[in-house]
Design a protein around this ligand. Structure first.
Ligand SMILES: Nc1ncnc2c1ncn2[C@@H]1O[C@H](COP(=O)(O)OP(=O)(O)OP(=O)(O)O)[C@@H](O)[C@H]1O
Length: 681
């Protein structure tokens, strides 16, 4: 070939400064680009062999070698793939590759960081100029009678091309690093970066250092042709096997058949766990996993692991690694992977992804949306399947996966729909129940409540004869669909006891995510209503009363309410007088579910707002007409001690509901002493 000097066919005069500066932070991707070009070239050669157009030489082992040379400040990428003829270099490197890079940069150079290109795909061969001042290509095509080609370019817009000296089919690309990028020819740095991007590429990749002083000892019987023997190792004993000291062999970096490329039926539990540990450096075992394997309508493979977590969702740190044909693209691309799945750990390989587009373009891509929906569906299918067929296992994992599933339900409507019946709730006895099961348990059965009523000692409670049945069936129905819940087992223990005594059930919802989660369940499932265990005293706690008696109690309550409001200097508090089955309880505080949720929300979003202004809003003091103290105040409204009894009854009820404020506590202690003094008189 006549020596050729030419100008690269580009529009921009000075593309290199842009390439070099562009996205400074991760310009280590040149490793990925050049290695994947080498892998592609090998794949092409194997295809030619399969089609009968080329015959691979005896003992052909496809491989890409990366040789770093800190002395010469070079990195070489050597592959035994198809190679290129002079015409191909002309076409693919001088023209196409360059125009590709030009287009790419023209498109993205003004983009800000919030619209990054995914993994900067498509920069290709010219990414080499991000780190190198000069690049050489030495290549020999597979084609019959092809001549080797040498190409070089010193980072300007001109190149030189002439006959080369390469004797083996394949390509060697040599980068002469610029002074700012010398770290890349450090063997350890190179290994680190290549492991990041190329750990699962489909062709064996080896890293070595030119003229390395490092050595290793091998059995003489295991010597390879490529080994450079330094000396024979002296035997300590006659019977020792022959050993050789050789120059350190190139290190194999990757696993060419990662687990996700295998058929799920061929993978063992140990393999899944090993793979998890290796990829995520997590010594803990994952709880379980989902192997995704799909060919149609798009190609997608991957493994999603549910890691062992026990905290609230904010502190869970998942990572989903995205691959394109076994080439690493990036971690946690939320445009492709549903956001809530980013709490998991896993790998997803999707060769069909359009990667040379920006993130915002990906987000609006219908195809990408389908991929994301598919992943969500598979996860929901796995979970619901487990709940149906391996309930015990599912219950065992529940506490760990609950925050994740609840977060998923909040973030993804479809996931929520699919999962609603497979959400578990732990009841007062620590038993797990699904939503439909929870709705069954507290159904009011009038005979049941009347006949089977017991007090806290398990003693049967006499019910009053009821003349007229409740006419308000709508209200009854609402109560049927109410699920009571506990947010703090200790604080709400008094209510829990009452529930247990009345043979009623409640569920534990103690995580922060539970509040928004139950609001969502209510919004999506008409009629379902959640109420904290202290929100209301249902009929199950009360002895049945006739309408007439109830009216009398209401009239008394009206009077006592005024008394209590005056004593507490709080005109918002409501008072009810009920006949509670448990005769030992004098007063109970209930807090309206709506007001309490409102207050909780204010606390969450209200920042420094003064919460005392919302004070006792929604509080109802329920006094037990079956308790002598309550009878006393209803009969002695004007008595000197009534005010003090009212205050004490309120504080006692409050104490069982929430901690007293410091001021209220001081008063409570002083008053308790006063009451004891009265006893001492
Ligand atoms: N090591 C190689 N062996 C053989 N041909 C190569 C090699 N490297 C590059 N080429 C040729 O040069 C072309 C341009 O390479 P470049 O990396 O710029 O883009 P690409 O690989 O086609 O696409 P991209 O990297 O954007 O996915 C390739 O398509 C290929 O034909």
């Amino acid at each position: 070939m006549a020596e050729k000097h030419g100008a690269l066919s580009i529009n921009s005069d000075n593309i290199f400064p842009i390439i070099k500066k562009w996205l400074y932070s991760d310009h280590d991707i040149f490793y990925r680009e050049l290695i994947s070009n080498g892998c592609d070239a090998i794949t092409k050669l194997k295809k030619l062999d399969m089609m009968g157009e080329y015959e691979l030489p005896e003992g052909y082992k496809p491989r890409v070698d990366i040789i770093v040379d800190p002395d010469a400040k070079t990195i070489q990428f050597i592959d035994n793939g198809v190679g290129m003829t002079a015409d191909e270099v002309e076409e693919y490197i001088n023209q196409i590759a360059f125009s590709g890079a030009t287009d790419f940069i023209a498109k993205y150079k003004d983009k800000t960081n919030d619209d990054q290109i995914i993994g900067h795909f498509g920069l290709g061969f010219y990414s080499a100029f991000m780190v190198a001042d000069e690049v050489h290509i030495d290549t020999l095509s597979w084609q019959k009678d092809a001549k080797p080609v040498h190409w070089e370019c010193d980072g300007g817009t001109e190149y030189d091309m002439q006959d080369g000296t390469r004797t083996e089919v394949g390509t060697c690309i040599t980068l002469f690093l610029n002074e700012d990028c010398l770290q890349f020819c450090n063997e350890y740095k190179a290994t680190e970066v290549i492991k990041k991007y190329c750990s699962f590429m489909p062709v064996e990749i080896y890293v070595s250092r030119a003229n390395t002083p490092e050595t290793q000892t091998i059995l003489a019987s295991e010597k390879l042709d490529s080994d450079h023997v330094i000396e024979e190792v002296k035997k300590e004993k006659e019977e020792d096997p022959d050993k050789l000291k050789i120059t350190k062999r190139p290190e194999l970096i990757n696993d060419t058949h990662p687990l996700w490329t295998k058929n799920p039926s061929e993978c063992t539990k140990e393999e899944y766990i090993d793979f998890y540990r290796k990829v995520f450096m997590d010594y803990k075992e994952p709880l379980f996993w989902i192997h995704l394997n799909m060919d149609y309508p798009f190609n997608l493979k991957g493994i999603l692991y549910f890691p062992k977590i026990n905290m609230e969702y904010e502190s869970i740190e998942g990572v989903i690694k995205l691959y394109n044909n076994q080439v690493f693209i990036a971690d946690n691309i939320k445009e492709v992977i549903p956001e809530f799945l980013l709490l998991l750990k896993g790998v997803i390989d999707c060769p069909d992804l359009p990667l040379n587009v920006s993130r915002s373009a990906l987000q609006n891509d219908g195809f990408v949306k389908k991929i994301s929906d598919y992943i969500t569906k598979k996860v929901a299918d796995k979970l619901s399947g487990m709940c149906k067929t391996q309930k015990e296992e599912y219950e065992k994992y529940w506490d760990d996966i609950a925050p994740f599933i609840k977060f998923g339900c909040l973030k993804d409507e479809k996931f929520c729909e699919k999962m609603t019946d497979y959400i578990l709730f732990k009841n007062l006895d620590g038993k797990y129940m699904t939503l439909p099961e929870c709705l069954e348990v507290n159904k009011t059965d009038p005979d049941e409540t009347q006949e089977g009523a017991v007090d806290e000692n398990g003693e049967k409670v006499e019910a009053e004869v009821v003349e007229d049945k409740s006419e308000d069936s709508a209200e009854e129905e609402k109560k049927d669909k109410t699920i009571y819940y506990v947010t703090d087992e200790k604080q709400q223990s008094q209510y829990i006891n009452m529930f247990k005594a009345a043979k009623m059930d409640a569920v534990m919802l103690t995580d922060r995510i539970d509040q928004p989660f139950i609001s969502q369940l209510e919004a999506k499932n008409e009629g379902i209503h959640f109420a904290r265990i202290d929100a209301d005293l249902t009929d199950a706690f009360k002895t049945k009363t006739s309408k007439k008696t109830q009216e009398e109690l209401n009239a008394q309550a009206e009077k006592v309410e005024k008394l209590v409001q005056k004593a507490l200097k709080n005109d918002k508090i409501k008072v009810k007088i009920e006949k509670l089955k448990n005769k030992k309880v004098s007063s109970v505080l209930t807090v309206s579910e709506e007001s309490r949720r409102m207050q909780d929300m204010m606390k969450m979003y209200g920042g420094g707002m003064d919460m005392s202004m919302f004070g006792a809003e929604g509080e109802t003091l329920v006094l037990n007409a079956n308790h002598p103290l309550v009878t006393y105040i209803t009969e002695h409204e004007d008595d000197a001690n009534t005010k003090m009894i009212c205050e004490q009854l309120y504080d006692l009820a409050k104490l069982q509901n929430a901690p007293l404020s410091p001021e209220a506590m001081t008063k409570f202690v002083a008053r308790s002493n006063d009451i004891m003094l009265l006893l001492a008189k």
